[in-house]
Write a protein that binds this ligand. Structure first.
Ligand SMILES: C[S@@+](CC[C@H](N)C(=O)[O-])C[C@H]1O[C@@H](n2cnc3c(N)ncnc32)[C@H](O)[C@@H]1O
Length: 152
């Protein structure tokens, strides 16, 4: 058995996501890259053709009306990793992903809110000229988590 995968999990979701297609693409990546659950805050998910693997029926999907509701219902001991192209964010490459965490992505138009940035335990970014599509960004984060790097 690979001990690296004991006592760890992650979830991934979007705050105020605007485009259902992006959610479908993100869920498909999440299902195939080891996520334990997916979530939305603000806008709900409606099934999309791009969720061809039916990810939303294959793993727990949680919905929260507000950031505060999400924050109050975090799995015990899980850290929030905010993902945002922000001056305060740390580079992804040397980042040690927490064993148990949720990755929080921002809206297509406005990104993460100030409240979400302030309450995230970690904030990470990766290099790009301008911000990438949110589902692509989430997939890059999950790919990086799969690399052989120490956990925090
Ligand atoms: C289209 S972007 C948000 C646009 C942003 N408000 C802007 O105008 O710059 C959607 C989300 O993708 C993620 N994202 C995109 N590019 C990123 C990067 N280089 N580093 C970290 N997150 C990124 C963030 O979660 C962001 O909130």
């Amino acid at each position: 058995m690979n001990n690296n995968f004991i006592n760890e999990y992650f979830g991934i979701g979007i705050l105020n996501g605007k485009t259902p297609e992006n959610l479908g693409v993100l869920w498909r990546s999440a299902q195939n890259m080891g996520a334990s659950f997916i979530f939305t805050i603000g806008n709900r998910y409606a099934k999309q053709a791009c969720d061809t693997h039916n990810a939303v029926k294959s793993m727990p999907y949680f919905h929260y009306e507000t950031f505060q509701e999400f924050f109050n219902n975090l799995p015990k001991g899980a850290r929030i990793v905010g993902v945002e192209l922000d001056d305060k964010a740390k580079d992804l490459e040397p980042f040690h992903h927490p064993r148990r965490c949720v990755y929080l992505l921002g809206a297509e138009d406005h990104g993460l809110t100030n409240e979400a940035i302030e309450k995230s335990h970690f904030l990470v970014k990766f290099k790009s000229e301008l911000s990438l599509n949110v589902a692509v960004a989430g997939s890059i984060i999950m790919y990086d988590r799969q690399l052989s790097k120490p956990r925090s």
